[in-house]
Design a protein around this ligand. Structure first.
Ligand code: NAD
Ligand code: AHE
Ligand code: ZN
Length: 369
């Protein structure tokens, strides 16, 4: 079939709206009509050329919601008409990783997903006979996309696509990092570096679990008002701090944070996030994605003296199990998504969504089809 899609031809250039060819789902795959898709900083990261796995031409997008249109042979868990959220972290429930119950990082299709193809090694997308690569197994910047069955979470049908698409990455990543990965406890003092689409969800999660102090750190002062609405108790603009930021945060938290989260993707901030943690027990969770060639560093003494460095992908969530529950939380009013979706636009204007992100003017832009 012919489908409208935003194609990334090469790194560092705007996306191009094209009509591309999409082949139907093969065995174990599903064809999904994407109704809405958020634009995450990771899409911009890959488009910038900083992603070691970046591969072009590709159809980016990994924060979508839509409807199953057709299923391939052997697909049993979803049927045409089902509403779904695509999962860049699938959940096969059969691989060593899924069965371990120690991680959400299902590895059933990770190799081919990273190569931009379906599990059989081929792409379903093409243009003028040449393949276009899939992205993160989802490619939600297309009106229709094909995914493995294990890469979709079935959700309730009364949930609005243009809101719950954000659960496909940002909401789940932020709240999940707090609940699943860090396991923040009531009364904990929390520091969040980066108050964008992910960091504000970390703040929302920290408030949900009863953190007593939630400090937000961002160089963009316009983030303060919204962050306070989501539960931030103190705002710190590093550019307005006299002297060392780490010492300032340790003092503000009266000895160091119980938990910190890096939600920017900057390795210098990752070090500050670790070092502002409390001696003996503070845990720092890296959520931000750093570019090719970047490495983190600290004095090993920071770890010897009890600080812990962790990382979190997709908030430690098992998508097919956890995503429908998070959609329920939204529909029950337990979490706020609406105030974080600052811009909605047709797919034709997707490059404006990237501009707004880079200018610090949006939290989440959602494109619709
Ligand atoms: P965003 O652009 O919405 O927000 C980034 C925020 O960081 C902005 O508010 C910006 O002002 C702030 N910032 C930039 N430089 C800063 C500095 N030096 N000090 C303090 N604040 C600074 O991005 P996002 O969508 O929230 O994504 C954040 C990061 O999380 C990205 O690296 C993204 O790739 C990553 N991410 C990771 C996962 C995961 O599963 N681990 C999932 C989604 C996104
Ligand atoms: N491909 C990059 C890493 C990108 C990355 O870390 N992706 C996160 C999700 S970001 C969503 O916005 C993730 O889940 N990673 C786990 C995985 O298996 O990809 C690189 O550095 O090569
Ligand atoms: Zn994302």
């Amino acid at each position: 079939m012919q489908v409208k899609a935003a194609v990334a031809y090469k790194s560092g250039t705007p996306l191009s709206i094209e009509t591309v060819e999409l082949a139907g789902p093969k065995a174990g795959e599903v064809l999904v009509e994407i109704k809405a898709s958020g634009v995450c900083h990771t899409d911009a990261f890959t488009l910038s050329g900083d992603d070691p796995e970046g591969i072009f031409p590709a159809i980016l997008g990994h924060e979508g919601a839509g409807v199953v249109v057709e299923v391939g042979a052997g697909v049993a868990s979803v049927k045409p008409g089902d509403h779904v959220i695509p999962l860049y972290t699938p959940e096969c429930r059969q691989c060593e990783y899924c069965l371990s119950q120690k991680t959400n990082l299902c590895q059933a299709i990770r190799t081919t997903q990273g190569q931009g193809v379906m599990p059989d090694g081929t792409s379903r997308f093409s243009l003028q006979g040449k393949p276009i690569f899939h992205y993160m197994g989802t490619s939600t910047f297309a009106q229709y996309t094909v995914m493995p069955e294990i890469s979709v979470a079935k959700i309730r049908e009364d949930a609005p696509f243009d809101k719950v698409c954000y659960i496909g990455c940002g909401v789940t990543t932020g709240i999940g990092a707090v609940i699943n990965t860090a396991k923040v406890q009531p009364g904990d003092r929390v520091v969040v570096f980066g108050l964008g689409g992910i960091g504000l969800n970390v703040i929302q999660g920290a408030r949900m679990v009863g953190a007593s102090m939630i400090i937000g750190v961002d160089v963009n002062p316009s983030r303060q008002v919204l962050a306070e609405k989501f539960g931030m108790t103190h705002f710190v603009n590093p550019r307005e701090v006299d002297g060392d930021l780490v010492a300032y945060l340790v003092s503000l938290t009266k000895g160091g944070a119980d938990h910190s989260f890096e939600c920017v993707g900057n390795v210098d901030l990752m070090r500050q996030a670790l070092e502002c943690c409390h001696k003996g027990w503070g845990v720092s969770t890296i959520v931000g994605v750093a570019g090719a060639g970047k490495e983190i560093s600290t004095r090993p003494f920071q770890l010897v003296t009890g600080r812990v460095w962790k990382g979190s992908a997709f908030g430690g969530a098992r998508g097919r199990t956890d995503v429908p529950r998070i959609v329920d939380w939204y529909m029950e009013g337990k979490i706020n998504i609406d105030d974080l979706i600052t811009h909605v636009m047709p797919i034709e204007q997707i490059n404006e969504a990237f501009d707004l992100m880079h200018e610090g003017k949006s939290i989440r832009s959602v494109v619709t089809f």
